[in-house]
Every structure is written in C-alpha cells, then in structure tokens.
Design a binder for this molecule. Structure first.
Ligand code: SAH
Length: 362
C-alpha cells in the first residue's frame, strides 16, 4: 500500500471517481507523494533508463542537429535554447559539449530548463555545473522568454496526463478511477455520456469496449511552441515513445523497478506513461502557424546524423570489450525492434527554418 493510494482512496470516497487524467497527474505530480517530486527515477537503480543515460552519443547527435538549425537563425541575435523535462540534465550537458565546436551558438544561446520537480532541478544544476552556459529554471514553456527558439524534449510528453474514453453500448463515456465494493481502486466508465463532438470523428464508429485517448495537455504545449516558432522562428524536436497516426487503444502503462506493473498498484511509486500521439502534436503546432516535417524513427534520425561514424570514432583505439559495449549501445538506440523503432522524432519549425536530418517541412 502506498501513501498516495491512501490519499486517493480518501479523495474518491469523499468526492467520487476521478478521471484517468486526474489519476495520472496525482501519480506523477502530487506535491507530497508524486513520482517525480519524490525521487530520481532514472538509471539502473531507478525504474527506467532513457537514451541520454544509455550513451553520450544521443545528446551529441541532437547537438549536431541543433547546430544545423542555428545556421538558419540570425547569429547576431540571442536565441532561447530550451529543454522540456531534462531529467538528470545529461542530454543538455552532452549537447553543450558538442556546441563548443560552434562558439557563436554558445554566445547567442540563453539556456532554459523547463522542470517542475525541485529535486530534479538540483540534480540538473549539479550535472551542468561545468557547462558553458548557466541554466534558468522555468515552470512552464510560457515562462521561456520570447525570441527565436531551439527547443527539444525527450520522454517529456509521455508523462503528461491523458484522458481515456470508453465506448459503451449507448455512447462514449470518460474512463475513470473509482472504488470497488472492497474499497480498492478500480477502473470504470463515468455516468455522464459525452456531448456530441467530444470524441474525435475518426473514432465515432468503434465497437463497444474500445478505449481511445486524448492528450489535451500535451497538445496545448505543442500549440504554444508552434505559435512561438511561427512568430519568432526556430525549431523544436519532440522525441518520445508513440504513434504517428491516431488509433484506438489503451496505452497507459506503469513501470516499477524496470518491470511492467498494474497501473493502479503503486500510485506515486511507479512511473506512469502513455504513448504520445504525434499526429495530434503536429496538428496542434501547425494549427498555431508552425510547419512540421514527416516524423522519423529514432533509429533513422540517429543514423542520418552519423551515429555509426560517431561510434567508430569513440571506439577507435579502444579494447575489443569497449568496442563491443559501443556496438551494444548503437543497437539499443537505433535497432528497429528496440528504441530505434519504438521512439519517433517530430521536428516543428518556423516558416523559414530547417533542421537536419529532416526533409523539408511539408
Ligand atoms: N528528458 C529526460 C527525462 C525524462 S522524464 C531524459 O531523457 O532522461 C520526464 C521529465 O519531465 C522529468 O524531468 C520530470 O520531472 C519532468 N516533468 C514531468 N512533468 C512535467 C511538467 N508538467 N512540466 C515540466 N516538467 C515535467
């Protein structure tokens, strides 16, 4: 039994069932017991390992990509360099090391870390102690000052609350978390039928039992970034586990000590994520005036940026064992059946901006 579970049970007993979005936000961000508020969840001892933890090459290649975007900006003008949800700050540290190759980039950059967890802010500060730029912390993207923008986010959008809807024989209802007769947390369908138009039209004719998801919190951030890029120029890269075409399905999942867990079992102690709908993110950004390039798989993105060449350079002159380790890392990051195929990279650009290795925006 977790302390957040007790708190949620008391809340539901007093106020009634809560939406999946409310459950997800409580699990991840409850000020007392929220997952990101109470721990550093990364690495072998934590619940999951992210790409920047797997290899320095990940941040270095994103740095190389950002340098190509900088070529299109006015080098004499400052720009806002921003990361959403930097975790331990590893990606940004690796990126800034690559950026030292282009001193004009570092001179023009103002560094913004959008992070809500105080605990992780202090980890990020420590990681970036010797970095060439000092970070300003922001609570939301809106707090990042106006101006040209180079922004990226790795495994950020999958931590934002989603809503789920379930098709019942008499229409769509919001999926909720309530209490069963034994007082345990249980999923159910809300009493109120959804008003017409609340469910995207692609889903209208799904059979009973179908679950669909919407991500208004993620889409609102994509729209705000799109509007900024439309006005001030620049680029944004969103890297996440997700799908490129809207489709039905329940993607909410819990990860507890590197193992999949029942979503309701360890609120606040397990990581809770949902797959990201890239089609919806792109539509939100385009609706705000930005352009998007067709998404790449993480594997294609890294290979086109020169992952193999970088791995070769890192391995040169090293022992056979070290070279094996580098090959292993390349596999994990880029193989289609591993992160390389599961993760996608979406690029959003201002009207005149470009970023390698993406094809020209459509
Ligand atoms: N990008 C990192 C960490 C991903 S985990 C990596 O690749 O390793 C998600 C990160 O987003 C954490 O730093 C978490 O504290 C932060 N976060 C989660 N929800 C947030 C929100 N609503 N606003 C800002 N940061 C958030």
């Amino acid at each position: 039994m977790t302390r957040l579970k007790d708190k949620l049970k008391a809340r539901i007993a007093a106020e009634g069932p809560i939406s999946v979005a409310q459950y997800m936000s409580a699990c991840l961000a409850d000020p007392e017991y929220g997952y990101y508020q109470t721990r550093d969840p990364f690495g072998v001892k934590g619940d999951f390992i992210t790409a920047p933890d797997i290899s320095q090459m990940f941040g270095e290649l994103i740095g190389a990509s950002c340098l190509t975007a900088f070529e299109g900006l006015d080098a004499a003008q400052p720009f806002q360099l921003a990361e959403l949800g930097p975790g331990r700050g590893t990606l940004m540290a690796d990126l800034l090391r690559t950026a030292t190759l282009r001193p004009a980039f570092l001179e023009a950059a103002r560094l913004n870390l959008v992070e809500t967890s105080e605990r992780l802010r202090s980890v990020q500060k420590k990681t970036l102690k010797n970095a060439p730029l000092a970070p300003e912390f922001r609570n939301t993207f809106e707090e990042v000052p106006d101006g040209p923008l180079i922004l990226f986010a790795n495994e950020f959008f999958d931590a934002l609350p989603i809503h789920q809807f379930v098709k019942t024989p008499d229409g769509w209802r919001e999926r909720q978390v309530g209490l069963d007769t034994a007082g345990e947390l249980v999923f159910g369908a809300g009493a109120a039928k959804l008003p017409a138009g609340a469910v995207p039209p692609d889903f209208e004719n799904c059979p009973a039992g179908t679950i669909i998801e919407t991500q208004p919190a993620a889409n609102a951030i994509a729209a705000a970034i799109g509007a900024r890029l439309a006005t001030h120029g620049g680029v944004a890269l969103f890297i996440d586990y997700g799908y490129v075409r809207t489709a039905p399905g329940d993607t909410l999942q819990a990860l507890y000590k590197h193992t999949y867990d029942d979503v309701l079992a360890h609120p606040g102690e397990a990581d809770l994520t949902a797959h990201v709908n890239f089609e919806a993110l792109a539509a939100a950004a385009v609706g705000a005036g930005a352009r998007t390039c067709p998404p790449l798989t993480q594997g294609d993105f890294l290979l086109r940026l020169g992952l193999l060449e970088r791995a070769g350079a890192l391995g040169a002159g090293k022992s056979a064992r070290e070279q094996d380790a580098i090959r292993d890392v390349v596999e994990r990051l880029a193989a289609p059946e591993q992160m390389g195929g599961l993760f996608k990279v979406l690029a959003i650009t201002g009207p005149r901006d470009r970023i390698a290795p993406f094809d020209t925006p459509g």
